[in-house]
Design a protein around this ligand. Structure first.
Ligand code: UGA
Length: 443
């Protein structure tokens, strides 16, 4: 196998994982970021976020001399002819559209420093048309005699499974401006290991590759909101959304995955990606095509309101002065990410409605505190449960799923629990004397 040299620009979730995993595949990798603190941490083998397995990969590859980090674009330009762009594309303030300022900044800072032939693979999630625009920019910025090809290679990794998803992806998608480009040749070398083990390799034009990514996330969001919409109906008629999901999930055209009814989706990707997709469709004159995503978003948000209502009911109609324990702050288990987290959002709403809210999350405390400094933060699950008038399970960490209902009963003031993720063993909780309620089920 031909080992390659490459830079990975942007060392957030996506970039840090990509850099470490490319080194793990045997390549020589330089991670680049303008954030000096982040680079300093990474140089010291510290991952600035929680991702199981990533610290080990980082440390091993730094020690082996295959992975280094820098804040210098001069170094990056001289280090390799292959560059991965993995900076963030957050939602713009005051709009649904994606903010591309970090993406543009990379092209502006890097391209004028390049010499010879280079390929830049975009990995960030961007509105369709961005890659072509970046190619134009690169053509204008490239020094005399330098040739830069922009290709798009979207990333499908999930937080919590980032290492596995990067080293053994379920598909590799590459968008190129023409057929048989240098980018395709380079990608085949970069991904030689996963390709050799039969990973599907889908080569497309640039715009298809960009759309693949947002379509995948829009589909996942739609699937979650579909089951949560059905959940609303189940609540009205006393049906059970979990059994319903099991039953429809056996049809392999439907599949059980992402039919987990509950508090819905959050995180740094699904919410902003469906909004940016709608915004882009609007710009293209196809706003009607994606108006259903507005509904997907609305269904998702209504689940949070519903949970606040259930908590209010559990407190006899008024949250004022009641102790509510929220188990979970991260947007999903095995992550410390609280961006657009349903758990933290309901904790905040409950607090604003007058409840005394205590939150515990195995990893998300530090980030949660930054967003909502006014909530009470407990040091452990037990600590959080003490004196509760109602307990809300909002993020399905294993620790919460396995909570002993008898022990938990000895800590709270009132044995009322609301399962926002449909993961608690209902019978065991009932046997321990709990009044248990869940989204989409009458228990
Ligand atoms: C998502 C996609 O799954 C990845 O493929 C994609 O690469 C990534 O976004 C991205 O664009 O970077 P991630 O945000 O890590 O990954 O999280 P998911 O595992 O997709 O979960 C998203 C949210 O949906 C979580 O809040 C989770 O609790 C919720 N969810 C998931 C449900 O409410 N029900 C389900 O059945 C499944």
């Amino acid at each position: 196998m031909n080992l390659m040299r490459m830079t990975v620009i942007g060392t957030g979730y996506l970039g840090a994982t990509h850099a470490a995993c490319m080194a793990e595949l045997g390549h020589d990798v330089l991670g680049v970021d303008v954030d000096e603190k982040k680079i300093e941490a990474l140089k010291n083998s510290t991952v600035p976020f929680y991702e199981p397995g990533l610290p080990e990969v980082l440390e091993r590859n730094i020690a082996a001399g295959r992975l280094a980090f820098t804040t210098s674009y001069d170094e990056a330009a001289a280090f390799a002819n292959v560059h991965f762009l993995g900076v963030g594309t957050p939602q713009q303030r005051g709009s649904y559209a994606a903010d591309l300022k970090y993406v543009y900044a990379v092209i502006q800072d890097l391209v004028p420093k390049l010499k010879g032939k280079h390929v830049i693979f975009g990995k960030s999630t961007v509105p369709v048309g961005t890659a072509a625009e970046l190619q134009q920019m690169a053509n204008e910025l490239a020094p005399e005699g330098t040739e830069v090809e922009i290709a798009w290679n979207p990333e499908f990794l999930r937080e919590g499974f980032a290492v596995k998803d990067t080293i053994t992806p379920d598909r590799i998608v590459l968008g190129t401006r023409d057929e048989n480009t240098t980018a395709e040749e380079v990608a085949r070398e970069v991904y030689a290991t996963p390709l050799a083990s039969g990973t599907p390799f889908v080569i497309t034009d640039l715009q298809t590759a960009e759309l693949v990514k947002v379509s995948a996330n829009a589909f996942l969001a739609t699937k979650i909101s579909f089951i949560n919409a059905v959940s609303e109906v189940c609540e009205l008629v006393g049906a059970d959304v979990v059994k319903l999901a099991d039953a429809i999930g056996y049809d392999d055209r439907i599949g059980r995955k992402f039919l987990g009814a509950g508090l819905g989706f959050g995180g740094g990707c699904l919410p902003k990606d469906i909004r940016a997709f709608m915004a882009r469709a609007g710009e293209l004159g196809a706003d009607q095509a994606l108006t259903f995503l507005r509904e997907v978003d609305a269904i998702n948000m209504r689940r949070r309101d519903r949970m606040v209502t259930l908590a209010r009911e559990a407190c006899g109609g008024n949250l004022l002065g009641h102790n509510v324990t929220v188990l979970g702050a991260a947007f999903k288990p095995n992550s410390d990410d609280v961006r657009d987290s349903p758990a933290l959002s309901i904790a905040g709403s409950l607090s604003l409605a007058g409840a005394q809210v205590t939150v515990y999350d195995p990893q998300g405390m530090e980030n949660a505190r930054k967003v909502f400094p006014t909530l009470n933060y407990a040091n452990s699950t037990d600590d959080a449960l003490r004196g509760a008038d109602v307990v809300v399970l909002a993020t399905e960490w294993q620790e919460f799923r396995e909570l002993d209902p008898v022990h938990a009963a000895s800590l709270v003031r009132v044995k009322k629990v609301l399962d926002g993720r449909n993961v608690l063993p209902v019978d065991a909780w009932k046997e321990a004397g709990w009044d248990i309620k869940a989204l989409g089920r009458s228990l």
